[in-house]
Design a binder for this molecule. Structure first.
Ligand code: F3S
Length: 64
């Protein structure tokens, strides 16, 4: 699976990275810089949890 973040719409809630720090990377100002990332086996549930945690709903999950 893959995650896609509409990073231009990120407002820096940082909840994605709080739920899944190994998936979502933030810059020094707390904005998500993980525009697109392939998710390794074993990290899928964390990636989903991080996506659900974003109040802006800008993280999409692409199942394969
Ligand atoms: Fe941004 Fe949402 Fe994460 S607003 S920092 S993608 S929780």
């Amino acid at each position: 699976m893959k995650v896609k973040v509409d990073v231009k719409k990120c407002v820096g809630h940082a909840r994605c990275a709080a739920s899944a720090p190994e998936v979502y990377e933030l810059d020094d100002n707390g904005f998500n810089v993980t525009a697109e990332k392939q998710i390794h086996r074993g990290q899928e549930e964390k990636a989903r949890r991080g996506a659900r945690a974003c109040p802006e709903r800008i993280i999409a999950i692409e199942e394969e």
